[in-house]
Design a binder for this molecule. Structure first.
Ligand code: GLY
Ligand code: MN
Ligand code: MN
Length: 463
C-alpha cells in the first residue's frame, strides 16, 4: 500500500464529480481465488478498487457518494484470523490510513448497504466484472424498497461505473507513469538476464530448457520488488514461438534456434509487457536476421506513428505496410497472386504470417481498459466486408492518442512450415514488443533498457 493517500483522494473526487446529483458508487475488490483444495492463488486486488483506494486486503468494498464521502467496509480486526492470515488494517484504523471518511466491518455489509443506498438517485457499479454483484445490488435495492412506506426513496437508475473509471485510467497520472517506468526497467533487465543465461549455458555445453530462462525472469522480477508477473510469461524455443499463447514450458532450447520471450512484471498494481526474440546462442543466422530486421523496421514505423493526434490504429497500419512489403520481397507471400503492396494489404494477405494487432492499452491490466473508439465520433459508423472471412464489419473512428496514454507496440512475424514459403524461414516466430507513453511530441519507450537492434542483442549476449 502506498503511504501517500492523496492520489486516491484526488481520483475519488474526480469520480464523485461524475456521479450526478444524488449518485452513489459501489466498488468491491476482487475475491480470493481457490487454486486447489485449500490453496489459493496469490491474492491480487481488483484494479478499479485499488485505483481508488490503494488498499490491498481482500473482502473490502468502497462506497462513494456524489458529495465525495468515501466509506470503506473492510475485514474487522480478529486476533485468531490474523495469527493465520496476517495483520488486518481494520475499520478503526482505516479512515486515517486510507484517507477516507468512515469505515465499518464488512460483516455489516448487508445492513449498511441498503442504508447507504436510501434516498440516492442513481447507483453506479462496475457492470459485468464481479460474478453475482448485480443480484446483490438488487437485493439491497429491495431492502430499500421495503422501507418506502417509511418515506425512504430508492434509486431508480443503475449506471455502469466502468464508463467513468475506464476513461480516467486510460490517461495515466504522474504516480502511475513513475510506476510503469520502473516496471519497464525491471522487466527489461529480466530479459537481458534471460538472454545472457541462454548464451552462457550453450557456450558451456549445458542443456538449456525454457524453464531455465523463465527462472531468470522471475528472479529479476522478485529481486526488484515486483509482486508477480503481469501475465503468464511466454518463453518459446524455436517453432514454439509460432504458437501465440505458448507458455514457458520445458522444451529444450537448441543452438541455432531463436527464443521468443514475452514477459513483464507487475509492480504495485501496474503491468509491463515486453517481447524480445533472440538467437539462443547469441548469433543470428542469415534467414533469422532477415526476418528480424523486417519486424524491427515495422516496429520503428509504428513507433514513428505513435504521437498525440494520431489514431490508435495508425501504428498498426504503419506496421502492416512495412511487414507486407517485406513479405512480398522475401517471398513469404506470393507476388503473382498479390501483385502490389496495396492489393496484398487490401486482401489481408499478410494475415498468414501476422495475425494479431500491433498493440493494446497498458496499465493496471496488461490489456488495459479504455475505449478504442474516439468517444466524440462514436456515431460515425462505416461498413466493410472482411476480405478473408466475408464478415460484415462496422467500423467506428479509432481513438485519438493523447499524452499520458500508454500502449504497447508489438509487431511480429510467424512462419509455419508451408510449401508456399521458402524453407529457410520455416518455424521462425519473431515478435518485438515495447511499451510506449504518448508524450506532447511523440512517444517515450519505457522498456528500452533491453536492446532491440540485432547487433546490440548479439553484443550483450557475448558479454
Ligand atoms: N503479453 C500479452 C500481450 O502481449 O498482449
Ligand atoms: Mn506481451
Ligand atoms: Mn502486449
Amino acid at each position: 500500500m502506498t503511504q501517500d493517500t492523496s492520489i486516491y483522494a484526488v481520483r475519488r473526487a474526480r469520480v464523485a464529480r461524475q456521479l450526478g446529483e444524488g449518485g452513489i458508487a459501489i466498488v468491491p475488490t476482487a475475491p480470493m481465488q481457490p487454486r486447489n483444495r485449500d490453496a489459493d492463488y496469490p491474492y491480487r486486488p481488483d484494479s478499479y478498487f485499488y485505483y481508488l483506494t490503494g488498499f490491498t486486503e481482500p473482502n473490502a468494498w468502497l462506497v462513494l457518494t456524489a458529495e465525495g464521502e468515501a466509506t470503506m467496509l473492510c475485514q474487522p480486526k480478529d486476533t485468531e484470523r490474523e495469527i493465520w492470515d496476517g495483520l488486518r488494517l481494520g475499520p478503526e484504523a482505516a479512515p486515517a490510513a486510507l484517507g477516507i471518511d468512515q469505515a465499518f466491518s464488512v460483516a455489516e455489509l448487508e445492513q449498511r448497504l441498503p442504508r447507504l443506498l436510501e434516498n440516492r438517485a442513481a447507483v453506479w457499479y462496475p457492470f459485468a466484472t464481479h460474478a453475482g454483484l448485480e443480484s446483490r445490488i438488487d437485493g439491497w435495492l429491495q431492502k430499500v424498497r421495503a422501507r418506502v412506506r417509511f418515506g425512504a426513496l430508492a434509486p431508480d437508475t443503475q449506471r455502469d461505473l466502468c464508463s467513468v473509471l475506464d476513461e480516467m485510467r486510460l490517461v495515466k497520472d504522474g504516480h502511475e507513469l513513475a510506476l510503469m517506468r520502473r516496471a519497464g526497467q525491471i522487466s527489461a533487465r529480466a530479459h537481458v538476464r534471460a538472454m545472457q543465461r541462454s548464451a552462457r549455458m550453450l557456450r558451456a555445453g549445458e542443456a538449456v530448457r525454457e524453464y531455465h530462462l523463465d527462472a531468470e525472469l522471475l528472479h529479476e522480477f522478485r529481486q526488484n520488488g515486483s509482486q508477480f508477473p503481469a501475465y503468464e510469461s511466454i518463453v518459446a524455443a524455436g517453432a514454439n514461438a509460432c504458437v501465440l499463447h505458448y507458455r514457458a514450458d520445458k522444451a529444450p532450447i537448441r543452438d541455432g534456434e531463436l527464443v521468443l520471450i514475452d514477459a513483464g512484471c507487475e509492480l504495485d498494481g501496474y503491468a509491463s509487457d515486453i517481447t524480445r526474440t533472440f538467437p539462443a546462442n547469441g548469433r543470428f543466422t542469415g534467414p533469422q536476421r532477415a526476418l528480424y530486421e523486417l519486424v524491427l523496421a515495422s516496429q520503428q514505423a509504428a513507433i514513428d506513428a505513435t504521437k498525440p493526434g494520431a489514431r490508435f490504429t495508425d501504428p498498426h497500419d504503419a506496421t502492416v505496410k512495412v511487414l507486407t512489403q517485406g513479405m512480398l520481397d522475401l517471398g513469404l507471400i506470393d507476388k503473382q497472386q498479390h501483385g502490389t503492396l496495396d492489393d496484398a494489404i487490401a486482401n489481408r494477405a499478410y494475415f498468414a504470417h501476422y495475425m494479431h494487432r500491433t498493440g493494446h492499452w497498458l496499465g493496471m491490466d496488461v490489456h488495459d481498459c479504455g475505449s478504442y473508439v474516439e468517444p466524440s465520433e462514436i456515431g460515425q459508423v462505416s461498413e466493410r466486408r472482411d476480405p478473408l472471412s466475408g464478415e460484415l464489419i462496422k467500423d467506428r473512428p479509432s481513438r485519438v492518442l493523447r499524452p499520458g496514454m500508454v500502449l504497447t507496440i508489438e509487431p511480429g512475424l510467424y512462419v509455419r512450415p508451408s510449401e508456399k514459403v521458402p524453407r529457410e524461414f520455416w518455424n521462425i516466430g519473431i515478435r518485438i514488443e515495447d511499451d510506449a507513453v504518448v508524450t506532447d511530441s511523440g512517444c517515450e519507450l519505457i522498456t528500452r533498457d533491453v536492446p532491440v537492434a540485432a547487433d546490440e542483442i548479439e553484443a550483450i549476449m557475448r558479454a
